[in-house]
Design a binder for this molecule. Structure first.
Ligand SMILES: Nc1ncnc2c1ncn2[C@@H]1O[C@H](COP(=O)(O)OP(=O)(O)OP(=O)(O)O)[C@@H](O)[C@H]1O
Ligand SMILES: [Mg+2]
Length: 230
């Protein structure tokens, strides 16, 4: 489903050059849940951006859903992202002038999904659906960004720290919702997290260190959101 070969990403040039990815290769199967762990600055967000076609690598190849996205032009890439990819950003990126409902509906419309109200309910924001992002807490905004990504029924869902701003109870509920949505919609999930316990929910775990994959493991048995430590 996702194949990355020898990805490098260098930001800046000359003295200021920063190697955020230094030869990353990986494979994630269709419908799998992959978790990416690693210290701050190790390249996790950069890897998600490159795998999802938001940013181009300096070198290397990405094949996602059978398409070589690193060979696409801008228009093809935008079209691919629209058709295939859902993204939950570390900084949310909600549209500030739109309500919760309108933020979610915008993505639901892309997939002609009429059930987006159910998703708003599932993330616990039905009562707050007419509020704008600045009238919500950080954790509530994070849940809107998750609802928005799910409403699009993506083939691949990329999540950057989706539980970072959530307390334990809300975090577990959101992870449980993501698992249920994954079973229902059947998307492939790639999730970055600082919480190593969440890796117990994944099929595959990648540990990043200084722009490289330092460790990879598969879980024979996965835990549920309510069985993992926190
Ligand atoms: N746009 C950019 N321009 C220059 N350097 C960048 C840029 N984005 C990231 N970097 C650098 O690339 C490296 C990897 O950054 P990245 O954001 O991928 O780390 P991360 O693992 O997601 O960290 P965190 O856990 O703090 O979110 C860091 O050294 C960072 O300073
Ligand atoms: Mg990051």
């Amino acid at each position: 489903m996702i194949v990355a070969q020898e990805l490098t990403k260098i930001y800046g040039s000359g003295e200021a050059a920063c190697g955020a990815l230094k030869g990353v290769s990986l494979e994630i199967g269709k419908g799998e849940c992959a978790v990416i762990l690693g210290q701050s600055g190790s390249g996790k967000s950069t890897l998600l951006s490159v795998l999802s076609g938001l940013e181009r690598p300096t070198a290397g190849k990405v094949i996602c859903d059978g398409e070589e996205i690193t060979a696409m032009n801008e228009k093809q890439l935008t079209d691919f992202r629209k058709r295939t990819v859902g993204f939950v950003f570390q900084q949310y990126f909600l549209l500030p002038h739109l309500t919760v409902e309108a933020n979610v509906r915008l993505c639901a419309d892309l997939a002609k999904n009429k059930d987006y109200g159910e998703i708003i309910r599932a993330v616990g924001l039905w009562e707050k659906r007419t509020r704008r992002p600045k009238e919500l807490s950080g954790g509530e905004q994070q849940r809107v960004s998750i609802a928005r990504a799910l409403a699009k029924k993506p083939k691949v869902l990329f999540l950057d720290e989706p539980t970072g701003a959530l307390d334990e109870e809300t975090g577990r509920n959101v992870l449980d919702l993501l698992c249920k949505a994954q079973q229902e919609i059947g998307f492939t999930a790639v999730m970055v997290t600082h919480n190593p316990s969440i890796a117990d929910m994944a099929d595959k775990v990648f540990v990043m260190n200084s722009g490289k994959i330092a460790d990879m493991r598969t879980n024979a048995q996965k835990k549920t959101a309510f069985e993992i430590g926190w």
